[in-house]
Design a protein around this ligand. Structure first.
Ligand code: FDA
Length: 305
């Protein structure tokens, strides 16, 4: 039952007509629990509040699967607007983005131009940019683009998903670049040809790649709400004398707030992924897929709005 709900929401996440419709009608169905607002001012207010509580941030202007140059350029302009706002307001925030929002599916020229525009602005403001990882179909290309950009910029990183079979090899290959990587379980619907179908195997692979990347001496963001993974990491770093400034924990805005604050109190770096914008639909559907209990919020949202 749980698996079919998950598949249903991941299927809905890719629906283009619903994505378009959702943009017109504002944050609905309880999406504001996971999305900081529709414009940069609301996002800035949310970040300031988190910073005051000792949490650092990575901001994300929501958008994905853009199929025309005009929109991709507009998305890049919005990323730059976010970068300037972080600089101007002196916020403790990095930036995250999706390559399909900046033109990856259009052409190499569009995506590279937009990424260079964003990374140049980010460099000026001393801001680190993480390239989110999307579906498997785009994983190889995302890593190639990341490698090319990493040769030109030192303020760029990407994400590696523990549910993919290819991941262990990617961690090995990427070590030549000594990258700052965000490690996650993986949020898309993938076939068992390419991804572990059983959660326990994903969790084991997650621990394996966290250990590998840390032991290679690289900066590692452990992005998970899973307390077992977090506790395992705490033990691992202690046993292997890995300093606190070689890693950080990351979680999504609105998820396990109490655990986020507890980690700050314990002295760990804790970064919150703060998404904002009108293109909230696909992101929201993936959050529902991760935890069917969240559907209760949707039901409540539908009744009250
Ligand atoms: P798991 O799903 O096992 O959840 C552990 C516990 O956390 C649950 O029991 C529940 O208590 C809580 N929880 C988890 N998800 C929840 C939710 N939606 N609502 C409420 N509670 C929830 N993925 C990807 O493919 N590409 C990417 O670029 C990113 N980027 C990214 C950045 C950051 C900062 C985070 C935290 C996560 C991502 N992800 C991602 C998503 C990631 O792949 C994964 O889908 C989610 O983090 C859920 O997996 P957990 O590791 O939290 O464990």
């Amino acid at each position: 039952m749980e698996q079919s709900m998950r598949d249903f929401f991941l299927f809905l996440a890719k629906n283009k007509a619903l994505t378009k419709a959702a943009k017109k009608y504002g944050l609905k169905f309880g999406a504001s629990r996971f999305v900081a607002g529709e414009d940069i001012d609301q996002a800035v207010a949310a970040i300031r509040k988190l910073n005051e509580e000792g949490l650092v941030v990575t901001i994300d202007y929501l958008g994905e699967f853009v199929d025309n140059k005009e929109e991709a350029d507009y998305m890049a302009d919005n990323c730059i607007q976010a970068i300037r706002a972080i600089g101007r307001e002196k916020l403790k925030s990095q930036l995250s983005l999706k390559l399909t929002s900046l033109g990856m599916d259009i052409s190499d020229e569009v995506i590279m131009n937009n990424m260079r525009r964003v990374l140049d602005a980010a460099k000026e403001e001393n801001i680190f940019v993480t390239i989110d990882m999307e579906d498997y179909e785009r994983c190889g290309k995302t890593i190639e683009i990341f490698k090319n950009l990493k040769k030109e910029y030192d303020n760029v990183g990407t994400v590696i998903q523990a549910y993919l079979y290819r991941t262990e090899k990617d961690i090995e290959d990427l070590n030549d670049y000594h990258p700052n990587l965000r490690l996650v379980k993986g949020a898309y619907k993938e076939s068992q040809e390419v991804a572990f179908p059983v959660k326990a195997d994903v969790d084991e692979n997650f621990k394996k790649i966290i250990g590998m990347h840390l032991m290679n001496g690289n900066y590692t963001a452990i992005a998970s709400h899973d307390e077992a993974i977090i506790n395992w990491t705490k033990e691992f770093v202690k046993e292997n004398n890995i300093p606190n400034d070689q890693f950080e924990f990351q979680m999504l805005f609105g998820i396990r707030d109490e655990l986020q604050r507890r980690l700050v109190k314990e002295g760990y770096k804790m970064r919150v992924y703060v998404p904002y914008g009108t293109d909230w639909y696909g992101y929201f559907m993936r959050r529902l897929a991760e935890r069917p209990a969240n559907v209760a919020f949707v039901a409540k949202g539908m009744i009250s709005k």
